[in-house]
Design a protein. Structure first.
Length: 328
């Protein structure tokens, strides 16, 4: 009898522990990119609560957000598809369950006055953070201009220092994303963006990635998490509510709403249906998540970001979005 009571007590404790685990909020690290800051709209409007899931958004700088994910402090993080592969190569396996957007101009190659095109960079110095996505953007632009990396001199430069480096005339151009790219344009009168992510749609996809463990144990909750995304996109697309959405995003980022509104033009928000099409496609090149990720993977290996090519098919799962779309 004592054994039976002990066993029942143990089972009850286990059940309570499991219930507590399931009741815990989904912890999502996000950072200042419009496609991710938009998650604050869903949070402030209470849309996740309406969907029946508890979500805890945690605000970080981009690099620290990935570090928190790697350390197991959060269940999910917002990253580019290329950086999702970098994070996985570092030991923190992850699965992209939803695309939020693709960069549509916010990532830029900014050149000093007198340089009007990528072709004009031949023989010149470019300040770039080696191995980061703007490095890949530069290579893409050079290739289209009939040039290679050997035709320019790369000057390793942390992205947050690119405005000062361009202004100091140490380089002829820099690669950066907003707000650093915008700051570079302000710092050097007459400078211009000679190539941007708008010139190559799909070079940079932005996603919510989760741990395989969380996906396995909390799949139904992640489906609920995804289910509110189209409400966010619609809120920003509707002229009657767009200003409210931008106000929420700007407040989260700590900048003036008018300034933040300018960043949205360089971000192509994706509805769930649009994102699912990109995630489901098997075509080569930037039109599919698989194709874009293969290019990013080859770039990272070549530049020593990591040594071993990553398993692209296991890096994303389109079935959760498909489940949401099926219910609509």
């Amino acid at each position: 009898m004592r054994f039976l009571r002990s066993a029942l007590a143990a089972l009850t404790a286990t059940g309570l522990a499991a219930s507590a685990l399931l009741a815990a909020p989904l912890r999502v690290a996000y950072s200042d990119w419009p496609g991710w800051t938009a998650l604050a709209i869903a949070d402030q409007k209470g849309w996740w609560k309406e969907a029946g899931v508890d979500v805890q958004l945690l605000w970080f700088e981009y690099g620290p957000s990935m570090e928190a994910f790697t350390a197991g402090q959060v269940d999910a993080v917002t990253v580019t598809n290329g950086d999702g592969l970098v994070t996985a190569a570092g030991g923190a396996k992850n699965v992209a369950i939803m695309l939020t957007d693709y960069s549509n101009g916010n990532d830029m190659i900014v050149a000093r006055p007198g340089i009007n095109s990528i072709a004009d960079l031949k023989g010149r110095k470019v300040g770039i953070e080696i191995g980061f996505v703007t490095h890949l953007l530069l290579l893409n632009g050079l290739q289209k201009a009939g040039l290679t990396e050997a035709d320019v001199e790369l000057v390793p430069t942390p992205t947050n220092q690119t405005p000062q480096v361009l202004a100091s005339r140490q380089v002829d151009a820099i690669g950066a994303w907003q707000p650093n790219s915008g700051e570079a344009l302000k710092a050097v009168p007459g400078s211009k963006a000679i190539y941007t992510s708008a010139n190559q749609p799909g070079l940079i996809y932005d996603a919510v990635v989760v741990t395989p463990q969380s996906l396995a144990t909390r799949r139904a909750d992640w489906v609920k998490f995804i289910s509110v995304w189209d409400r966010v996109v619609a809120h920003l697309a509707n002229p009657d509510t767009r200003e409210d959405g931008i106000r929420i995003m700007a407040a989260r980022a700590g900048v003036d709403p008018k300034e933040y509104a300018a960043f949205l033009d360089g971000t192509r928000f994706l509805t769930l249906a649009e994102g699912h099409k990109i995630m489901s496609s098997t075509e080569e090149g930037f039109g599919s998540l698989a194709g874009s990720s293969r290019i990013a993977d080859a770039f990272s290996v070549k530049n020593g970001v990591y040594a071993t090519p990553q398993d692209i098919p296991s890096s994303f799962d389109a079935s959760l979005v498909a489940e949401v779309l099926k219910k609509e």
